[in-house]
Write a new protein. Sequence first.
Lengths: 115, 248
Amino acid sequence: MAAHSDHSNDFHQTGEIPKAQTKVIWKTFFILVALTAVEFLFAFTMDAGTLRNAIFIVLTIFKAFYIVAEFMHLKHETKALIWSIIIPLALIMWLMVALISEGSYYFDSITNYFN
Amino acid sequence: MSTSTTLEEPKTGTWDGGNEPLKASYGKLMMWFFLLSDAFTFGAFLIVYGLSRHSHLPYTGRPEDFQFSTEWWPIPEKVFNAFPGFHGVDLPLAFVALMTMILILSSVTMVLAVEAGHRMDKNDVQKWLLWTILFGGTFLGCQAWEWTHFITGTDEGMLLADGTRVFGANMTMNQYGPPLFANLFFFITGFHGFHVTIGWVLLVIAFISTVNGVYHKRGHYEMVEKIGLYWHFVDLVWVFVFTFFYLI
């Protein structure tokens, strides 16, 4: 048997390949690009401060929503799967807020210790 | 007293067995839970960043007068302002914007490959995987440049009290600010880059398997889907790193 007679890797597509449904994908892409552009707009036109940081964080959460919901398809999974991913992440956000305020307290303590 | 028993009705609820309550395959579920645990790791890194930043002195002067100093935490725009081929030109965040675009683009080509897999369109899967490999590799190249620049430093460096200057960064000292700033840069972007590298290798393996018709013979492209989940997660992490490390 000749070495090249193995055709098991050749395929003949049976039936028509359906047309690509990419409208939602490109829409999500343009939303992500637009949100990033808005972030840069704020970075260059607004002075640093709590308000600007809050805007950045809100925009980031929007971007995260679009990536997870559409690209990772989580929006179209069952409710039980959605919640088992979202709830632990919400708890992480809580830890983040708690430890950042802890950092501020630590800074306050060491700078005001000798006053 | 009657002792006759009646057969209990078989339970048919969602969680009574015999079906898939989450309507996702084993592999996809395990990828989701792995990504959740990975999110905890990255979350921990970013939380430490927030904690360290808040326990250091912030820069309170005018942004135009900003100088590098170990006294205060640096303004990211003043640190990440270099672009390959534009030596000494102040282009704040331009290079990181490019990197962000490249990674989002690679995420799009990845989801297009997954979509093509659902349609069993082998040629399209190959095409989009190849684009994703290209963009992923470009991102890694950009990160290598960014690291090289960060480690080498700028022409001016940082002036110390004894008149000497410090250039670039290592684990114990850097020209940008407190030692923790460079350490966290290395750990956070390094751990993310490590993830991208792993994802890139997985993509190359998936591409070779697609070309060889492994998934077509199997009857589904679920492997591409699972690698896709991982790849999007890496993009997601970058979105957060970008905000917390470069913007805020």
